[in-house]
Design a protein around this ligand. Sequence first.
Ligand SMILES: [Zn+2]
Ligand SMILES: [Zn+2]
Length: 259
Amino acid sequence: MKLKVLGSVSPFAHCNSACPSYLIKSGKTRILLDCGSGSHRFFDMQADLDGLIVIISHLHKDHYNDLFNYLYTSFAFHNLGLISNKIQIYLPNCPKDIVNTIVNEKNCFADFHIYNESTIINIENTQISFCEIKHSKDVINFASKIECRGNSIVYSGDVSFVDCDKLSQFASKSDLLICESSLLVDHNFPEICNHLTAKQAGIIAKNAKVKKLLLTHFWPDEDLTKYVNEACQEFDNVVLAKENLELETEHKYVKDLGL
Ligand SMILES: [Zn+2]
Ligand SMILES: [Zn+2]
């Protein structure tokens, strides 16, 4: 599987960065994990939109704001004969008003699915499964696991450390954990809040015994070396997410393809 980072910051996109989004290519399958503000600029609509699977971890705008760009492009591309397979949109079931707004969109060439912890998506040789992980009271957040030919990538969505053990178990021995680390210890938030520090992401990666940790969901103007330094106190194979960064899982390890 190949992973491309399309967005790594929150709550707003700026210059050459965008809000959370990650594209996984597995054979002919294209899986988009979240599509935060500005992230569609790093996606190749002509090459990768046909039959695209879009999974929204939770319905906060920094994770789904660009969904309507994909929906409208699917409508236009279908009308032009450029794509023949509907895009497949997977959403949590709340907040209801946001779900209704999305699924009632008319100008699209898409199927909409509500998913939960028991949902399994099988396509080609790839399987996607889910685990509900606490984040904030107004939404339901799911971590997702993508497995193909013995390799696995887990994406956390947004996380409260209260569910650290649940996320560690779900991510156990995966090749790559894409984990939010919105905060630094220096930010002085309570240990249990709506987001993780980089140190907490490192603890989860260590407990899960993953091969590699990809930190993401950074505050836009924060010094990124602080995140990697903090996570490396707990876990030694840490990479910082950056737009256009590509990683590949292969033969049970993850290699950097460079920027
Ligand atoms: Zn969130
Ligand atoms: Zn977020």
